[in-house]
Ligand binder design. Structure first.
Ligand code: SF4
Length: 337
């Protein structure tokens, strides 16, 4: 038996029961993450999806080490992040990069694009100083920007071009993992597809692992291989994207899919979208947090017992007491049809 078979590579990211709370401006604590566990396998594209306020962005920051959990464990390539110090910590920050929703906020307005890229190359000593100009040019090529973009400052670019610079800056340090937090939601619809396709191309060409965080299910279906669905600080369903879209096992996933507009006027009707508002993360409901809005809720079990994210009756994990009884096909066709 080969060594590779005896010791399979660890997932590039393994999160165990992550908890993160924040002090709320008017008192109390926002429970942003309430016990999130997930794995990201090397080379895959994982989508993380959910409504605003579900904890997606907090999770993104934890995954790249911009923030730390209050409780729980987070491993990168088999090593616990909390144990990394000094040079090892810096090396992790090079290997795991983030692309933000608003590239304008993350680019220094005083630096030209070329200077920003050169700075990243220099700080992490990616190439010898003499090779920096050629590497800057190659990075601009990689994100399909003209060479003269190197001489322009952030305000001289369109939103889509700025996001390409943000991506180039992440690529400059040769990361293995990119976490992209709503990277196209601030862009015009007309330029979104170009940026999404760029992510797909780069992932293919460079063998990157990509975590793509979005509220847009159509992007998840287009780009990702696996998807994790979040609701009020927890992952409630996690599985292969095509399977989850074809036959969601959690009532919340089904409701999210129902809310996506259809392009095909002949497609059969979907179930109605979920009623009510997302409850406050200051005081999430007990039991299953989705129970006040869930059309399948049964009492008292759903308001009392917390459903774990686990395999029930085969398929993929869903945190619902009745996941096994939500038969495939009940959710209607996937979005976009
Ligand atoms: Fe709905 Fe109950 Fe399942 Fe929660 S556990 S999703 S309330 S059926």
């Amino acid at each position: 038996m080969s060594a590779a078979l005896q010791h399979p590579a660890p997932p590039i990211v393994e999160a165990r029961d992550l908890v993160r709370t924040f002090r709320a401006p008017r008192g109390g604590r926002v429970q942003a993450l309430r016990g999130v566990s997930l794995r990201v396998e090397r080379g895959e594209v994982l989508g993380i999806v959910g409504e605003s306020g579900c904890g997606k962005s907090t999770l993104a920051r934890l995954l790249v080490g911009l923030d730390s959990p209050d409780k729980g464990g987070l491993r990168f390539d088999g090593t616990e992040l909390s144990a990394l110090r000094g040079a090892d910590r810096r090396r992790f920050h090079r290997r795991a990069q983030m692309v933000f929703q608003d590239p304008y906020g993350s680019l220094n307005p005083r630096l030209t694009a070329g200077e920003a890229l050169a700075e990243a190359l220099r700080v992490h000593a990616i190439v010898p100083p003499a090779e920096i100009p050629a590497r800057v040019a190659a990075l601009l090529d990689q994100v399909s920007l003209p060479r003269d973009a190197a001489d322009r400052r952030p305000h001289e670019f369109s939103g889509g071009q700025r996001q390409r610079i943000g991506i180039a800056r992440a690529l400059a340090v040769e990361p293995e993992l990119i976490v992209a937090d709503e990277p196209v939601s601030a862009l015009d619809v007309s330029v979104q597809a170009g940026v999404v396709n760029l992510f797909a191309e780069l992932r293919e060409r460079l063998g990157l692992t990509l975590v793509f965080i979005t509220h847009d299910l159509r992007l998840v279906r287009h780009l990702t291989e696996r998807v994790a669905v979040m609701y009020l600080g927890k992952v409630v369903e996690q599985g292969p994207t095509a399977s989850v879209f074809a036959a969601p096992r959690h009532p919340y996933t089904r409701a999210l899919l129902s809310a996506v507009p259809r392009l095909d006027p002949d497609a059969p009707p979907r179930p109605p979208p979920i009623p009510g508002e997302v409850p406050s993360p200051l005081a999430p409901p007990g039991g299953c947090a989705f129970h006040p809005r869930c059309p399948r809720a049964e009492f008292p079990v759903c308001s009392h017992d917390v459903p774990e994210l686990e395999l029930r009756h085969g398929a993929w994990p869903a945190a619902c007491h009745f996941a096994g009884s939500l038969a495939s096909g009940q959710a209607g066709p996937p979005p976009g049809r």
